[in-house]
Ligand binder design. Structure first.
Ligand SMILES: Nc1ncnc2c1ncn2[C@@H]1O[C@H](COP(=O)(O)OP(=O)(O)OP(=O)(O)O)[C@@H](O)[C@H]1O
Length: 231
């Protein structure tokens, strides 16, 4: 579970995130929409402990990120817009390395199963990352998250630059993870994807979470209209 309580980040006199109150429960996918500079990445970075809040708190499974930055790493996985892995290692080797850092020692068969579950084609397992497409790298990122048994997944524009098929596959994997109880927070510019994959959608403007909608209650067209009205 992710929880923000009065979470605020200021840079000098500029408020990047203003008094965010938000709870994302197990099995929920929360999509954050908003223009460039609205505060989406700031929110994710506060949950990751990359930056310190000016006020308020971010917690993961009830543990304060600012007070226990190392402990919360056990529970979460992060997939940035561009997954940074070792280009000279294969997909399998990257997965082995990153899961071992998290304390898991998987067999070759288990590593293959994890990559398979994340949707990577088996002929790519032993190819170097340098030759992977963005979609393939995202899949290794997902496999690492699953290997770590992450309870919380943070994603920053994960589908930007993915072709529609890769983006669709990615959404299906997220839905599967949420069905298994993972709490997911995803910043995105893709209104259609947000409607399709999320359980709830938040629209941010100038550091404020202006509206929160249940995805089931709104069509993609209505969401787009609300987004344009809000920003
Ligand atoms: N290190 C920093 N120093 C000063 N201002 C910053 C810093 N990081 C972010 N900001 C400001 O905070 C605000 C929120 O930025 P943030 O990156 O969270 O937006 P975003 O919604 O993720 O935008 P994008 O869609 O472009 O990724 C912006 O006005 C940005 O300029």
């Amino acid at each position: 579970m992710l929880e923000a309580k009065n979470l605020t980040k200021k840079y000098g006199s500029h408020t990047a995130l203003n008094n965010l109150n938000l709870t994302i429960k197990e099995g929920e996918i929360f999509a954050l929409l908003g223009q460039n500079g609205a505060g989406k990445t700031t929110t994710i970075n506060l949950f990751l402990g990359f930056i310190e809040p000016t006020a308020g708190s971010a917690s993961i499974n009830g543990i304060s990120v600012a007070e226990h930055p190392q402990e919360i790493k056990k529970y979460l996985a992060y997939i940035p817009e561009t997954v940074m892995l070792y280009p000279n290692l294969t997909g399998l080797e990257n997965l082995k390395y990153f899961s071992s850092l998290a304390g898991f020692d998987y067999s070759e068969t288990e590593l293959g199963e994890l990559l398979n579950t994340a949707g990577l084609q088996s002929q790519a397992f032993d190819q170097r990352l340098a030759g992977y497409s963005k979609g393939m790298r995202q899949k290794v990122g997902i496999a690492i998250a699953v290997a770590k048994k992450a309870k919380v997944l943070l994603l920053d524009e994960p589908t930007s630059g993915l072709d529609p098929k890769a983006s669709n596959e990615f959404s299906e994997i997220l839905k599967r993870l949420s069905a298994q109880g993972t709490a997911i927070l995803m910043a995105t510019h893709d209104i259609f994807r947000a409607k399709e994959v999320a359980t709830r959608i938040g629209i941010m403007k100038e550091g404020n979470l202006e509206s929160v909608i249940n995805a089931i209650d709104i069509s993609a067209n209505e969401l787009e209209a609300l987004y344009l009205k809000t920003i």
